[in-house]
Design a protein around this ligand. Sequence first.
Ligand code: 4AD
Ligand code: MG
Length: 447
Amino acid sequence: MAPIIQIREMAEHIGAEVTLQGWLYAKTNKGRLQFLQVRDGSGLCQAVVFKKNVSEEDFAAAKELTQESSLRVTGKVVANERSPGIPGGYELDSTSLEVVQVADEYPIQPKEHGVEFLMKNRHLWIRSSRQWAVLRVRATVIRALRDWLDSHGFLNMDTPILTPAAAEGTTTLFEIDFHGEPAYLAQTGQLYNEANIFAFGKVYCFGPTFRAEKSKTRRHLQEFWMLEPEIAFCNLEQLMEIEEEMISYVIQRCLTENAEELKVLERDTASLQRVMAPFPRIHYDEAVAMINAAAEAGELVPGYDDPVPAMPWGEDFGSPHETYIAAQFDKPVFVHHYPTQIKAFYMEPEPGRAEVCRSVDLLAPEGYGEITGGSERMSDPEKLIAAIQAHNLPMEPYEWYVDLRKYGSVVHSGFGLGIERTVSWICGIGHLREAIAFPRMLQSMRP
Ligand code: 4AD
Ligand code: MG
């Protein structure tokens, strides 16, 4: 019996007889020749069914195959430069065919469908080659992030999803009933990781996080996955060095491991190739000055027809501002020292200039926006208590968090990287909904 192999492994089996098992993606009927495009999860390959090389029943079965029918096909692996596929260059010269199931008429046809229809059929849409490519890049991003952290002395810690308190503002909380007591789905694992560093030094958590975002945007999901490293004895400058090293590594891994997927996505990879540490750094003050100078000069937001809007110092950037700033550099850019009033309560104020804090966001090129957000954390217990009070947060659920500042407090920092934003950027897709298999968005959680 021929060995069952994956399409990805075909290069190692040239000339040998193998069996592929998968689904029919498309078919071309040329009379005595049937060209079956078979996908198996690892790739896509053309199986050539020539009437004279298979039994009569098998040839008839090939003719009856509908889109997405499941099948096993056996044949000889042939190297053929012009053969289409993912990866291209190989085809199967079929000798036999086994139909597992003839599929019902498939709703997603090889034509343009509206996004609403595709989202409703997300459980099927993920089989399409573009969606498949994006989700494979996502898996590489996660694998590469973990590899980098695991090989740089970070310990993976799992932080709770059910939490008694807000960490990233009270306006985006998903409240649930914890046996009569209000609880919230985690917006971040950060606060628990701050406890973890005092036991383990350098840690990270990776998991789903939840934000009841009230507005519809292409950059916000209700449920997204965040990777959060946290480091003891680390200041803001050292944090930026960790971020740029880690992100450069991840991008380069995707370029090598997902070359085929990026081809499917027709991603221009030149800008990704430039993603190598160090990244440029600018102060928030400088960013605001750049934006206002551009607004004054009537410059347009790159990629849009709208002028760059002016902004007052002290506010957060809108998406056009981020796009404009990012376009001034040929790599991702760090913007640091945001105004304290627009950032979370736990961020360390800049000594001698308390209106800005030791925070940093990383903006991706090409308008993909904020990929990471992080900061140096407040390490003085008295200052932290004052900040919790100033943000009108209840003291009781944060008492343990203040404790961390009493028993060997040290300067420490961390950041969170949004997986879907990173994947969207790498894949060059406009909306976060395609960067996760089953997105949860405002007013839509089906399937
Ligand atoms: O900037 P954020 O809110 O930072 C934190 O949650 C910190 N506690 C992280 C830390 O320091 N450990 O979120 C971090 C990142 C953002 O930069 C963005 O990439 C992503 O998470 N993000 C979202 N992604 C999708 N949908 C949303 N609603 C998101 N909100 C934030
Ligand atoms: Mg942020």
